[in-house]
Design a protein around this ligand. Sequence first.
Ligand code: NDP
Length: 287
Amino acid sequence: MVKALLGDTLTLGHRSNDGKTVHEIEVPQFGLGVFLMKKNGECRNSCQWALSSGYRHIDTAAVYENESEVGQALQETSIPRTDIFVTTKLRRGDALGYDAAIAAFEASLARLGLDYVDLYLVHAPPEDVECRDDVWRAMEDILDSGRSRAIGVSNYGAHHLEELMENAKYGPAVNQIEIHPWLQRHELRAATTSIGAVPMAYSPLARGHKVNDQGLAEIASRLGCTPAQVAIKWCYDQGCITIPKSSNEGRIIENIASLEVNLEDEAEALAELDEGYISGWDPTSQP
Ligand code: NDP
């Protein structure tokens, strides 16, 4: 039996156009990412292992094609729905306008087998600049309807956030972007918090590309933990919602155990790892 280690929660809110913060909720700061879990049962098993080792937040997306397996795991667990935070995302190909965004949201709910999600994100800035306001209007209506307890964006650069805020009734509660010790993104994180949103760190292990990094290994050996634990805990200590992916039961447990790692004496060594490394895509720099 694994000792459950739940981690902290953060408060999410939406800055409204009269300057108030509305629709405030709590989010577990640590969660499981389920990108690339496509094999039959892989996502369902991983969610089950994660929930039984203390994870209370699952980050999926329509484009990952595993929302229904997340839904199965939620149905099978004895943990109450209200104790689990579910994030999913509007596929870029569906971010075409108001009606398309609402229809895509409803399809995600159906695949998840849920009547609400906790956080719904625009996966990336809609490619058609002209439809961005309409897509965000749909997100705001989803929030007001209570079918998502919070709304946000992903892969938005500072200019996208600024543009969104010009006509928004509610600002995003979250900007989910790639963040890890090799891509520390101080400016984009500051732009995110300046509009009242919380940075959510995706690919905290740089998609696994950096788990054998020499500098990281040295820090881990000084601390007596694993390299992955250092990278994950660094994201968490920056105040980011942190969602490492693993489909392996042992690594799922290893990753949540990173919350017990103390990086206090390694701040300088970690600051030096920053090299602007993008592990996947980077829509933040698109128009
Ligand atoms: P991560 O940075 O979390 O790395 C995942 C990789 O690292 C996998 O290959 C995994 O392999 C491996 N790994 C996990 N734990 C360990 C460990 N302890 N030691 C060694 N290797 C390990 O990559 P992701 O890109 O998946 O990012 C995490 C989540 O962020 C995604 O799953 C998704 O939810 C979200 N995301 C969002 C994006 C967006 O555009 N909004 C883009 C990318 C990700 P194994 O499974 O075998 O353990």
